[in-house]
Design a protein around this ligand. Structure first.
Ligand SMILES: NC(=O)c1ccc[n+]([C@@H]2O[C@H](COP(=O)([O-])OP(=O)(O)OC[C@H]3O[C@@H](n4cnc5c(N)ncnc54)[C@H](OP(=O)(O)O)[C@@H]3O)[C@@H](O)[C@H]2O)c1
Length: 229
C-alpha cells in the first residue's frame, strides 16, 4: 500500500485530504499542532498522527519517512517563517522521488504571465501588510516558501486555490497555468474539491513542476470554456 503524509492535517483542507487519501486506499500519516490533534478524532485508528508545529524539522523528518507522497498545506500563519520552514523541512526529509504537493493562495506566481485583478493586488498589499503588522500572518513567507520549492530538484506541484466554499463535491477542479486565464474567471472552488485535486496530483505526473491555478469544474467559467460557449 502507498503511504502519504499530510502536513497540516487538522485544518479544513487537511481533513478533506485525509478523507480522500483514505478513500483511495493510502496509508495516511498526519502532522498537526499538538492542540489540534482532537480535530482528527473522527479518523482515530485509521491514521497515524505526529503532533507538532509543521516547521519543526524533527517532527517532519519522522512523519515523511518512507512516504510516497507528501501533501502540505502552506498556511501563512504567524511570523516565524512558518510556511518556508515547513516547505524546507518537507523537501529536506522526504524520500528521494516522493511526490510533493503544496497548497497556497493564487498570489503565488511561477512566471511573469499571471494577470491579477486590482482587487487581489489590493488584498495582498493592504490586508497582507495589516496581518503582518498584527503578527497574524506573513503572506511574503508563502512567497519565499514557493521560491524555494520552484528552485528545488524535487518532484513538486504547487496548487493555487481560488476563493473557497463549503458544500458537497462537484468533482475534480479544472486548472490553468496562469491566473487571469478566462477558464478561471469564476474564481470559486469547493474546499472538498481543492483537497481532491491535491490528492489526485500524487498520481498525476503531468502536474510535476506545474503551478496549477484551479477552479470548480461546475462553475460558469469552467463550463463555458469546456463547451466552447
Ligand atoms: N481560505 C481561502 O479562501 C483560500 C484560498 C486560496 C487558497 N487557500 C490555501 O488553502 C490552504 C488552506 O486553506 P483553508 O482556508 O482551507 O484553511 P485550513 O484548511 O483551515 O488550514 C489552516 C491551516 O493553518 C493552520 N493554522 C491556523 N492558525 C495557525 C497558527 N496561528 N499557527 C500555525 N498554524 C495555524 C491550521 O492548523 P490547526 O488545525 O492546528 O489550527 C491548518 O493546518 C492554504 O494553503 C491556503 O493558502 C485558501
Amino acid at each position: 500500500m502507498k503511504k502519504i503524509c499530510i502536513v497540516g492535517a487538522s485544518g479544513k483542507l487537511g481533513q478533506y485530504m485525509v478523507q480522500h487519501a483514505l478513500d483511495r486506499g493510502y496509508e495516511v500519516v498526519g502532522v498537526c499542532r499538538e492542540r489540534s490533534v482532537g480535530k482528527l478524532d473522527g479518523f482515530k485508528g485509521r491514521i497515524t498522527i505526529f503532533p507538532g508545529a509543521t516547521n519543526d524539522r524533527e517532527v517532519i523528518r519522522q512523519a515523511v519517512a518512507r512516504c510516497d507522497g507528501v501533501l502540505t498545506v502552506l498556511a501563512p500563519w504567524g511570523v516565524q517563517q512558518y510556511s518556508s520552514g515547513t516547505a524546507q523541512a518537507v523537501m529536506d526529509f522526504a524520500a528521494p522521488g516522493a511526490r510533493l504537493i503544496f497548497s497556497c493562495g493564487c498570489h503565488i506566481s511561477l512566471d511573469v504571465k499571471d494577470v491579477y485583478s486590482w482587487k487581489l493586488r489590493a488584498i495582498v498589499k493592504y490586508a497582507g501588510g495589516l496581518a503582518r503588522f498584527l503578527r497574524l500572518a506573513e503572506l511574503d513567507d508563502q512567497v519565499e516558501a514557493c521560491r524555494r520549492i520552484f528552485a528545488s530538484n524535487t518532484r513538486w506541484t504547487v496548487v493555487r486555490g481560488s476563493d473557497l466554499e463549503e458544500g458537497e463535491s462537484h468533482g475534480l477542479p479544472v486548472w490553468s497555468r496562469h491566473v487571469g486565464d478566462s477558464i478561471l474567471e469564476s474564481n470559486l472552488t469547493r474546499r472538498v474539491d481543492f483537497a481532491l485535486f491535491m490528492v489526485a496530483a500524487v498520481e498525476n505526473d503531468e502536474l510535476i513542476h506545474e503551478c496549477p491555478a484551479i477552479v470548480g469544474c461546475r462553475t460558469p467559467s469552467a463550463l463555458t470554456i469546456k463547451t466552447g460557449g
